[in-house]
Design a protein around this ligand. Structure first.
Ligand SMILES: [Zn+2]
Length: 183
């Protein structure tokens, strides 16, 4: 059984992990077409291919999201989230989900620039993760050089690695280190 299979990976998590320092070619978003495919997969469809400028802006956003994800405290995360949100033009909307349920959502209109739509979606997702799981559960992989992020949903809050790949790699390295120390 793969302990690390996650039913649903959130948009910010997926976006941050499009740069994987563990791989020989760490950049998954190399071209506007890569970005287009990524956004489609995460239900942010675009009328046309993103530009090179939009691609590099998204890469910058990715690092900002990483800083928020890895923030030392919830206060720091909150401040950074608010900084991002001040640049967004979104309309609050109340939508009726079922007969007796309503939800407050924030909608960007279809003409809103790509970066704003993505920032809004990623920011709201991080807020939801913080509300549902709490700040300590937003983690990053302990097996350097990997920097992948994940939500620790383990019952005893002890998950340290993004994947089996990294857990195995870390254990092998630790084992070798112990052997060297013993000889
Ligand atoms: Zn990892």
């Amino acid at each position: 059984m793969n302990t690390y299979t996650n039913a649903s990976v959130s948009l910010p998590e997926a976006l941050i992990n499009t740069f994987d320092t563990f791989l020989e070619q760490p950049e998954h978003l190399q071209t506007p077409a890569d970005l287009h495919a990524f956004l489609e997969k995460h239900h942010i469809p675009l009328a046309k291919l993103p530009t090179e400028a939009e691609l590099s802006a998204v890469r910058e956003l990715r690092e900002t999201l990483r800083t928020i994800w890895n923030a030392e405290t919830l206060t720091e995360a909150t401040e950074r989230l608010n900084l991002l949100l001040t640049a967004i033009h979104a309309t609050p909307q109340v939508t009726q989900e079922e007969e007796n349920t309503i939800t407050l959502t924030f909608q960007a209109n279809p003409q809103t620039p790509l970066l704003e739509r993505l920032t809004l979606a990623a920011t709201l997702d991080i807020v939801t993760l913080l509300q549902c799981h709490g700040h300590p559960r937003l983690r990053h992989c302990a097996a350097a050089p990997c920097r992948d992020v994940f939500v620790d949903t383990s019952r005893n809050r002890t998950r340290r690695f993004c994947s089996d790949r990294c857990a195995n790699r870390y254990n092998v390295a630790a084992f070798r280190e112990r052997r060297t120390a013993n000889h």
